[in-house]
Design a protein around this ligand. Structure first.
Ligand code: PLP
Length: 435
């Protein structure tokens, strides 16, 4: 007898808040019942009812080379057979960090942690430890995980302290954060001018991809880096999502190829570097990284940090992620994003498609000359139109991210045939979006 997604959701909701272990999975903003996934292979996921879907979530990024890649699975099996966790250093940890150092010029040393949230939390503690200052600047609409100080919403004015962005975040902690609009040079200058000598760091997504994809406008990241340097603050580039996905060297490489050679003080990674298992990292300047315990005074630790099975998955994934993989991601995302653009044009649905390296997303219901630059504009999206589009694709066997504010993730297993299947499903979905 088949257990349906509805039955599984009801059962889960009885014991797990909302039935899910991370909110977006509950389909809250698109409505309906989440698909309970029982297996995944290549570009496909299979749900508990035995239905196969083309997956455009890719575990929210980690599945760079496709689900259950045989070499990644073999590496995991091999590592698991030798032991699950030792609480002692293992040889593969340095190999994974060497791979990161090789790809990202700003990273001289890195420390492995288990989640992106831990990575950004540690980066901020390091920046505070290095500067002896407390204040943190973040951009509205950028997501850096769920630590207290980063769940902060803009206060009443540009240079005022942030308000808690979630119940349970103490106002006193949110008040250590200043939230400014993205891609806004004047706002950044104002915040530094209002708090001279008090800002420890600015944290930025290397290219924003948690409010839809919003790349930094040309020159913005260099300007930001210069302002940080001039004011004695550190620049933390969050590449948890973009790292080793937007390009082989992360979004830093995309910027460098456009002539912007930005060297952040600290960089955070996650997602791809675990290949689907929990690995993340904070890295950067060796002198700053060496402030971490046991060398320096900034404390950080983790029972499962550098877990051997997780590191094996990440290392296997990064070793597979060669030029051909990035060429495939680029081809797949380019073809798909152009096809979505055409289908929505054809159906008369106002929209903007935005890209950052191999990442892209679609803003429904907004048409902005020059594109969506910031969160205020991103919030003008028509989430209902997206919901209709989402369900029309799901009915045709294509699983999009269940929120209008997410990037669409392809993998190297999204070959021409898979992309063609999605493209065939687009016209009906675009007509459904009209409502
Ligand atoms: N930073 C960015 C840019 C992210 O996209 C995310 C997660 O989506 C995080 C940090 C937090 O990572 P995690 O969910 O592994 O804690």
């Amino acid at each position: 007898m088949t257990t349906t997604n509805d039955e599984l959701f009801a059962r889960a909701r009885a014991v797990i808040p909302g039935g899910v272990d991370s909110p977006v999975r509950a389909y809250g903003s698109v409505g309906g019942t989440p698909r309970f996934v029982t297996s995944a292979e290549g570009a496909y996921i299979t749900d508990a009812e035995g239905r196969r879907y083309i997956d455009l979530v890719a575990s929210w990024g980690p599945a760079l080379v496709g689900h259950s890649h045989p070499e990644v699975v073999a590496a995991v099996q091999d590592a698991a057979a030798r032991g699950l966790s030792f609480g002692a250093p293992t040889p593969a940890e340095a190999e994974l960090v060497e791979e990161i150092v090789r790809r990202v010029p700003a990273v001289e040393k890195a420390r492995l942690v288990s989640t992106g949230t831990e990575a950004t939390m540690t980066a901020i503690r390091l920046a505070r430890g290095a500067t002896g200052r407390d204040l943190l600047v973040k951009f509205a609409g950028h997501y850096h995980g769920h630590s207290d100080g980063l769940l902060a919403a803009a206060g009443s004015g540009l240079a005022t302290f942030a308000l808690p962005g979630s119940a349970g975040v103490p106002a006193a902690i949110a008040a250590q954060t200043l939230v400014v609009p993205y891609n806004d040079r004047a706002a950044l200058e104002a915040v530094f001018a209002a708090h001279p000598g008090r800002i420890a760091a600015v944290i930025t997504e290397a290219a924003a991809a948690n409010m839809g994809v919003v790349a930094p406008v040309s020159g913005f990241t260099s300007f930001l880096a210069g302002l940080c340097r001039d004011n004695g603050a550190l620049l933390i580039s969050d590449e948890v999502l973009t790292g080793f996905r937007a390009a082989a060297g992360g979004y830093a490489q995309v910027l460098a190829e456009a002539g912007e050679h930005v060297v952040p003080d600290l960089v955070t990674f996650g997602k791809v570097i675990g290949g689907g298992l929990p690995v993340a990292a904070v890295g950067g300047r060796a002198d700053v990284m060496d402030l971490l315990a046991p060398v320096g005074p900034v404390y950080q630790a983790g029972t499962l940090s550098g877990n051997p099975v997780a590191v094996a998955a990440g290392l296997a994934t990064l070793r597979l992620a060669d030029d051909a993989v990035y060429a495939r991601l680029s081809e797949a995302s380019g073809t798909l994003s152009r096809a979505v653009d055409d289908a929505l044009d054809e159906a008369g649905v106002p929209h903007v498609v935005q890209r950052a390296g191999t990442l892209f997303s679609v803003f429904f219901g907004v048409e902005v000359a020059g594109g969506v630059p910031d969160y205020a504009t991103a919030q003008r999206q028509d989430a209902d139109a997206y919901g209709r589009f989402f369900h029309a694709l799901l009915d045709q066997g294509v699983s999009l991210p269940p929120s209008a504010f997410e990037a669409w993730f392809v993998t190297a297993a999204h070959d021409d045939e898979v992309i063609a299947r999605i493209v065939d499903a687009l016209p009906a979905a675009a007509r459904a979006a009209v409502g």
